[in-house]
Design a protein around this ligand. Structure first.
Ligand code: ATP
Ligand code: MG
Length: 416
């Protein structure tokens, strides 16, 4: 039997309902903040991610799904959305003299070791904001993510915040960290041994080495920031205070991607059950990325939230997800084509409707009613067909009424 690829999942039943609920929650929520939806391709030129995400990063080094297409082009399934959205922003000249705000929702692909909360195809919801550099905007974007999670019923959250300063600061600091960690080389985990040359900062938030005393005592980036970056960071924090978002400064937070500058943040759930996969959201400012991808010098920032992790939290917390109710179940007792016309009319008038195609016993049919739990049951047998009426049963009061077929839609309009 053919099975699903390793690290992927089938969503059905409760999980699928929660997924769809989150998707529509997202669309409604983003309207409050006046964001536009953007949809970019699932695969892009491989070079976009090399330049956009960065060659030294974990994602590009070992997590991308690369393939050569039949036209001999190097393609990569998107491991994240930012690079693609920035490419689209530039290619379609979406710049304005004001702010431009996008949100997305879709699959991302990373060749990771599958484990709880870590998949090879997963879903991200996120935002990208272009054109404005203002610390209060950073605070707003962080609070947008925080309130988004709160609105879904996830409250026990921690916002971790750091500043990476400008590009020069990052470079100087990177060198310092590299020198410091070189001394400890033999104790580093295999992954971090590789990271030391290309991406030493990532060692600071390694899930293994980051926990060790020596690594924890590494030089702190806050000691290297310029005056401007420090005062920018202070304002971001002031903004968060005003917006009522609790946060914690975390000097080890560097994020996995190359393009970040100044503000970086993560939102972590305190639920123990999530283990190491407890980061629900990660993001930050990327002021040099648009230019790096050959666009105009435009500041930007954004974040991404992992939807499967949200689903896991909602299930763990037993958050109630409203279920779509079925309006009508049509019980066909005579197999007359009239039944299907009634069903079609009901749906055409906007009532959700299920009909029993099976030739089940009466007991079996009432079992289906229990399963679907409709507001009304429309029963059509031979008498009903002859007399052009239906027997309508209110599934709450259990009362039965006979209603002429010509009056059925009006009757339901008034009662449902
Ligand atoms: P981690 O440190 O856990 O690997 P990351 O820094 O690689 O996370 P981001 O690139 O910031 O993660 O992605 C944003 C969010 O997407 C994460 O906070 C997480 O919720 C989710 N995410 C990332 N990778 C995966 C994955 N392989 N499976 C499921 N969700 C993921
Ligand atoms: Mg990762």
């Amino acid at each position: 039997m053919i099975q699903k690829p390793k690290g992927t999942m089938d969503l059905y039943g409760v999980d699928a309902s929660i997924y769809k609920y989150i998707e529509s929650y997202t669309d409604n929520y983003m309207k409050l903040y006046n964001y536009e939806y953007i949809k970019t391709p699932t695969f892009e030129d491989t070079s976009l991610f090399y330049r956009g995400v960065g060659e030294g990063t974990d994602i590009v080094n070992k997590e991308t799904y690369d393939f050569v297409d039949k036209g001999n082009r190097n393609m990569t399934l998107r491991p994240e959305f930012t690079a693609g959205v920035v490419r689209s922003y530039i290619e379609n000249k979406l710049y304005t003299d004001n702010i431009k705000k996008f949100y997305y929702f879709g699959s991302a692909f990373r060749y990771e070791r599958p484990q709880s909360g870590r998949f090879r195809e997963f879903t991200q919801m996120g935002v990208e904001v272009f054109g404005v550099k203002n610390p209060y905007l950073d605070s707003e974007v962080i609070s947008l993510a925080y309130n988004y999670l709160n609105g879904l019923g996830i409250t026990d959250l921690k916002v971790k915040l750091n500043s990476l300063g400008d590009e020069i600061t990052r470079k100087t600091y990177s060198e310092k960290v590299k020198e410091y960690l070189k001394v400890d080389y033999d104790n580093l985990c295999d992954t971090c041994k590789e990271r030391l040359e290309k991406n030493p900062l990532r060692i600071l938030d390694c899930k293994y080495d980051g926990e060790r005393e020596y690594v924890k005592n590494a030089p702190k980036i806050l000691d290297y920031l310029t005056e401007d970056s420090i005062s920018y960071f202070e304002k971001v924090k002031e903004g968060l205070d005003i917006l009522g978002v609790p946060y914690e400064e975390d000097s080890s937070l560097v994020r996995g991607l190359d393009y970040y500058s100044d503000t970086v943040f993560e939102i972590v759930s305190n639920l123990e059950e999530l283990g190491k996969a407890n980061t629900l959201c990660g993001g930050g400012r990327y002021d040099s990325l648009v230019k790096k991808l050959d666009g105009p010098d435009t500041p930007g920032l954004g974040f991404a939230i992992g939807i499967e992790r949200i689903i896991a939290v909602l299930k763990e917390l037993e958050v109630f997800i409203p279920k779509e109710e079925l309006d009508i179940f049509v019980m066909d007792l005579c197999n007359d084509p009239l039944v299907y016309q009634v069903v079609d009319d009901l749906r055409g008038s906007g009532f959700s409707c299920e009909v029993d195609y099976s030739s089940k016993s009466m007991k079996g049919k009432w079992k289906l009613v229990d399963k679907y739990n409709p507001a009304y049951i429309v029963i059509i047998g031979e008498d009903e067909v002859k007399g052009a009426f239906v027997t309508l049963k209110d599934n709450t009061t259990k009362e039965e009424t006979k209603v002429k077929i010509s009056e059925l839609l009006d009757y339901l309009d008034m009662n449902l």
